[in-house]
Write a protein that binds this ligand. Structure first.
Ligand SMILES: NC(=O)c1ccc[n+]([C@@H]2O[C@H](COP(=O)([O-])OP(=O)(O)OC[C@H]3O[C@@H](n4cnc5c(N)ncnc54)[C@H](O)[C@@H]3O)[C@@H](O)[C@H]2O)c1
Length: 326
């Protein structure tokens, strides 16, 4: 039973993280009760500080690899470290979060008859042999490499979602999220946008791994959150998986140049060798999201980067140690 049908009770696992905190904020703004569940592995209270005074916002410190019993109407399952630095720090825990955590959240959704959405990833496509990637592509993933705890963990989570749907009739939604950036990204977790910005703002060289010709597409966080909410609101017969990302493609070299220009930085660009299993190309085909969610990203790279640079400027002014410089 929801609160007299007036507000939805929405749970966001990983709600103190980068994407989760923006999602919580948007859901509160839409007039819902929001329960943020996080173990603060990569998330921080700072990300949700402004929300703590809202009487419709609640936080539980909890690790999703353990069962949780709460009454909710909808679950957004975002809990999982998302950057290689963090998910490779304790790969067994990453797989546990993806697999045990997902089983626990699906079990909860089954018990309280909640609708549940999985934050999956473009990493399920691995180093893709098809370009751009449509949802029907099965992927090219190394099952035993250093990225496998995350890639295979997320693939298994998708399997679990669809098995709970087939076996128990659960109302599920699976979003395959492509590179997303914006304020509240972790300042030194090795993700390319935050890396470049922090390096540029602290006048260090910008590090490009490989020749810089590998491409990525970058989605601004508000666009992504909007896509997640639209997906949750689709009719029950639509489960996805659906790609959410910005199809406008840039080379990593182009991104570096723009960050240097927008930060008014004098940083030079330096090249290092490419990490294992780093994909050459990554670009979503978003035709399905356009058709089913009437969604397409609206924030361009310049505007999104400007907001993100402003955030990091303020962060580094407040806390110079956030630059990661020893
Ligand atoms: N940001 C992206 O570009 C991107 C791309 C693809 C997929 N995703 C997915 O979106 C989700 C959120 O990513 P993000 O970028 O906000 O990362 P993030 O690291 O900022 O957020 C993840 C959150 O989950 C929490 N968490 C981790 N393990 C947990 C556990 N066992 N129990 C409870 N909480 C736990 C962390 O403390 C953190 O707050 C992740 O599932 C990620 O795989 C993100």
């Amino acid at each position: 039973m929801s609160n007299y049908g007036l507000r939805k009770r929405v749970m966001v696992t990983g709600g103190a993280g980068f994407l989760g905190s923006h999602l919580c904020e948007r859901l509160l703004g839409d007039g819902h009760d929001v329960l943020c569940v996080d173990n603060f592995f990569t998330g921080t209270r700072d990300n949700i500080l402004p929300l703590l005074e809202n009487p419709h916002f609640e936080v539980i410190r909890h690790d999703v690899t353990f069962p949780l019993y709460v009454e909710v109407d909808e679950i957004y399952n975002l809990a999982c470290p998302a950057s290689p630095v963090h998910y490779q720090a304790d790969p067994v825990q990453t797989t546990k979060t993806c697999v045990h955590g997902t089983i626990n959240m699906l079990g909860l959704a089954k018990r309280v008859k909640a609708k549940i959405l999985q934050a999956s990833t473009s990493e399920v496509y691995g180093d893709p042999a098809e370009h751009p990637q449509t949802e029907s592509y099965w992927g090219n993933v190394n099952p035993i490499g250093p990225r496998s705890c995350y890639d295979e963990g997320k693939r298994c989570a998708e399997t679990l979602f669809f098995d709970y749907r087939r076996q128990h009739g659960l109302r599920i939604k699976v979003a395959r999220i492509f590179n997303t950036y914006g304020p509240r990204m972790h300042p030194n977790d090795g993700r390319v946008v935050s890396n470049f910005i922090v390096q540029a703002l602290s006048a260090r060289p910008i590090t490009i791994y490989g020749d810089g010709l590998q491409t990525r597409s970058f989605c601004y966080v508000s666009d992504l959150v909007d896509g997640l909410i639209r997906l949750m609101d689709t009719p029950d017969d639509f489960a996805g998986p659906v790609n959410l990302g910005n199809p406008v493609e840039f080379t990593i070299g182009e991104l570096a140049t723009r960050v240097v220009a927008l930060s008014a930085s004098g940083s030079a660009i330096e090249y290092k060798s490419l990490p294992v299993d780093d994909p050459r190309q990554r670009k979503p085909d978003i035709a399905l999201a356009e058709a089913k969610l009437s969604w397409r990203p609206s924030v361009g790279l310049e505007a999104g980067l400007a907001d993100t640079i402003a955030y990091f400027k303020a962060l580094l002014a407040r806390d110079p140690a956030a630059s990661g410089r020893r």
